[in-house]
Structures are given as structure tokens and as C-alpha cells.
Design a protein around this ligand. Structure first.
Ligand SMILES: Cc1ncc(COP(=O)(O)O)c(C=O)c1O
Length: 393
């Protein structure tokens, strides 16, 4: 059987992690991997998470199956975090999923249950894994303009022009905040214009929110979702708790559907639960139990919000530190687009050859597009990093 299979190329990011790990140079820097890092370069377990885990250990009295939709308290907590009171709860259903990726995959399957062929507009560029994940599930992906690589801004007009020509009923995948890889999000006015075109063209918005709280704030980052919820009949939202709760390996996410009315919500809900049963049966519980405990307890929730604020502030500070250090070394080159980005990622804006030189000559690792994870920057390494970048550009 297996002799018919051919080996697959290694995942670019996983390959980069391995190369960085095997690099003996002590000054090496990893700006590739997509996890948050603190000032000591660690990806910590949040204090709120540790506390909830301890409580859970004492209070949990069963590991019996919970069902295809996971824990109802988790789903209610995430629904509140995502939609607040922007929409009639009777039109909403949320199911717990294995991470944001699991959520995207279930959404893809359901879209294809609803229609034989589905076209999804995705930003050019988008998160690298959107393409194999959603395309591999059978959706047809079509790029719309987004990042202007010369000016380092979002080309909103070109994006709107493309969406205005999209056939009625097509799906539009949007990053709610901290666009991965560019770090550039539309302003509130630009979001309103995008929402207007979606409503006008009767497109189905599909929102991927993997970084809630990392751009402007937990509520602020849900802006486009709440705008859409008020204006469109149907909406799909994928959430990930990997980054904002630091629960990467525990695989915590959710999928929400806003349906036209309560009756269609019930149909979508039954389809989602049925589909999950055929796919992985049920989501893992531990991380979601931790999240629902944090969201339901005022003190833990407050501590978690403070921890998200601290992560966001560190990302902002590191971006600014790098911008200042680059400016000091190379005043003729403008890196101020770093300051327009939010969240973990942005493009440095250098060529693939320069990216390779950074790796070979300086042990500075990033993907070829020059997307960097600013969480890999520290006060200790920023000088070395800026020297290295200035030497290759
Ligand atoms: C834009 C985007 N969506 C979804 C995900 C999925 O996250 P996970 O499956 O780890 O929860 C990520 C992770 O990097 C992401 O960047």
C-alpha cells in the first residue's frame, strides 16, 4: 500500500525551526516560529491558565465524553467574547473545535455540504496554511489584492474593486485582526467600507480570528465581526485560543455560525455536530475547560485580560525598538511600516536573498517572504539584529 506514496516537502516554518535549533551560534535569533515569546525568549504558560489548571485538577470529577460540540460553558464564553451583545443569540451557534485550524477545517466541510462548489476570496497574501487547509478540503481559493509590497500599506481600493465584482454568494475570508503575515489591518472606516461591499454583493463573510486581544484590545479586535453581525444575514467565525490564552498544544478553538433565523441556526447546528462526528468525533477538553473557567471567573478573567494587555504591549515595544535601531543604523531606508503593524507579524520588506544572508552570515532566521515574528526580539538581541539587517540591505 504505502509504496505508492511519495515523500512530502517539509513544512517551511517547521524546517526553519529545526535549522535554528541546530545552529550552534549563541547569538542566533528565531523570528520565524509563530508563537509568542516573553522578554526571556520563553513561551510561558499564563498565570491565569496555571491557576485555572490547578483548580480544574481539584474540581474535575469526570472525564466522560462531552459530545461533538464540546463544553457548553466554553461555547457560551467564547460567544460572549466574540459577539458581546451585537446579535440575537437565537441566530447563533458555537461549537468547540481542536484549535483554530480544526475550526477552519470544519467550516470548509460545512460550506461544501451547503453547496457543491464554493469559491472563497482570500487576501494576497494570507496565512500560508489557509491555502492547503481550506484548498485541501475542496474549497476554491481566489486571491484579492491586500498588501502593497512597495508602499507597505493595505490596498483597500483594489480589494474593494475585486470584491465588488465577486459573484453573489461567494465567500470572503477576512482576518479579524493582526493580519497574518502582514500585520496590517483595515481602519474602522475601511472595515465599514468592506462590510458595505459584502452586504451589497451578498457575499458570505468568513472571519478568522486567531489573535483576539493582540492588536488593540479584546473588544476592539472583534470590531469587524460585530459590524458584520449587525448588517448581514449569515456569518461564519473561526476563533483560536492558541495565542491569546497561550494554549497552543492543547488545541482550543471554536466555530460560530450566525444564521438568518433560529430555525436555520438549528439546521446548521445539527449539520455541524453531525459533520464533527464523522471527522474527529469530539474536540479535546482540557484547554477549553481552562478557558471557560477563566472567562466565567471575574478575578481570573481580569488577570487574563491583564496578561493579554502585557503581551500586546511587549509586541508594540519590540516593534518600536527595532524600528528605532534600524533608523539609527540606516536613516536612508524607511522601516516605519513596522509601526503600522499589530500583533506578532509584519514584513521586514527585504528580498529573499537578503533573508538568506541573514540566516547564513548572522544566524537570524525568518521565512523567505521576510515575515518576522516580533516576539522573537528582546532588548538584548535588538542591537545585534539591527546590525545584521543593516549589513545585508
Ligand atoms: C491566521 C491564523 N489562523 C488560524 C491559525 C490557527 O491556529 P491554531 O490552529 O494553532 O489554533 C493561525 C495560527 O498561526 C493563524 O495565524
Amino acid at each position: 500500500m504505502f509504496e505508492t506514496l511519495q515523500p512530502m516537502p517539509a513544512d517551511a516554518i517547521l524546517g526553519l525551526i529545526a535549522e535554528h535549533r541546530d545552529d550552534p551560534r549563541p547569538e542566533k535569533i528565531d523570528l520565524g516560529v509563530g508563537v509568542y515569546r516573553d522578554a526571556e525568549g520563553r513561551t510561558p504558560i499564563l498565570n491565569s491558565v496555571k491557576k485555572a489548571e490547578r483548580r480544574l485538577l481539584d474540581s474535575q470529577d469526570s472525564k466522560a465524553y462531552l459530545g461533538t460540540a464540546g463544553a457548553p460553558q466554553f461555547n457560551a464564553g467564547i460567544q460572549d467574547l466574540t459577539f458581546a451583545d451585537s446579535v440575537d443569540a437565537e441566530r447563533l451557534v458555537t461549537i468547540q473545535t481542536p484549535g483554530g485550524s480544526g475550526s477552519l477545517r470544519v467550516a470548509a466541510g460545512l460550506l461544501l455540504r451547503a453547496r457543491q462548489s464554493v469559491s472563497v476570496w482570500v487576501s494576497e497574501p494570507t496565512w500560508a496554511n489557509h491555502i492547503p487547509l481550506l484548498g485541501g478540503a475542496g474549497l476554491e481559493l481566489k486571491p484579492h489584492p491586500y498588501y502593497d509590497t512597495d508602499r507597505h500599506v493595505i490596498n483597500v481600493d483594489a480589494m474593494l474593486d475585486t470584491l465588488r465584482k465577486a459573484p453573489v454568494g461567494d465567500v470572503v475570508l477576512l482576518h479579524a485582526c493582526c493580519h497574518n503575515p502582514s500585520g496590517l489591518d483595515p481602519t474602522e472606516d475601511e472595515w465599514r467600507a468592506i462590510v458595505g461591499v459584502i452586504a451589497e454583493r451578498e457575499l458570505l463573510p468568513f472571519i478568522d480570528m486567531a489573535y483576539q486581544g493582540f492588536a488593540r484590545g479584546v473588544d476592539e479586535d472583534a470590531f469587524v465581526i460585530r459590524e458584520l453581525a449587525a448588517r448581514v444575514p449569515e456569518l461564519v467565525v473561526s476563533n483560536s485560543c492558541s495565542k491569546n490564552f497561550g494554549l497552543y498544544r492543547d488545541r482550543v478553538g471554536s466555530l460560530s455560525f450566525l444564521a438568518a433565523d433560529a430555525a436555520s441556526r438549528d439546521v446548521v447546528s445539527s449539520q455541524a455536530n453531525n459533520y464533527v462526528r464523522t471527522l474527529y468525533s469530539m474536540p479535546p477538553d482540557h484547554g477549553a475547560a481552562v478557558v471557560s473557567m477563566i472567562l466565567a471567573d471575574a478575578a481570573l478573567r481580569g488577570e487574563w485580560l491583564d496578561e493579554v494587555t502585557a503581551m500586546r504591549a511587549r509586541l508594540e515595544a519590540m516593534r518600536s525598538l527595532l524600528n528605532d535601531a534600524l533608523q539609527a543604523r540606516n536613516p536612508s531606508r524607511d522601516f516605519s511600516h513596522l509601526m503600522r503593524a499589530t500583533g506578532m507579524f509584519c514584513f521586514l520588506g527585504i528580498s529573499p536573498e537578503e533573508v538568506q544572508r541573514l540566516k547564513k552570515e548572522f544566524g537570524v532566521y525568518m521565512v523567505d517572504s521576510s515575515r518576522i515574528n516580533v516576539a522573537g526580539i528582546t532588548e538584548q538581541n535588538v542591537g545585534y539584529l539591527a546590525d545584521a539587517i543593516a549589513a545585508v540591505v
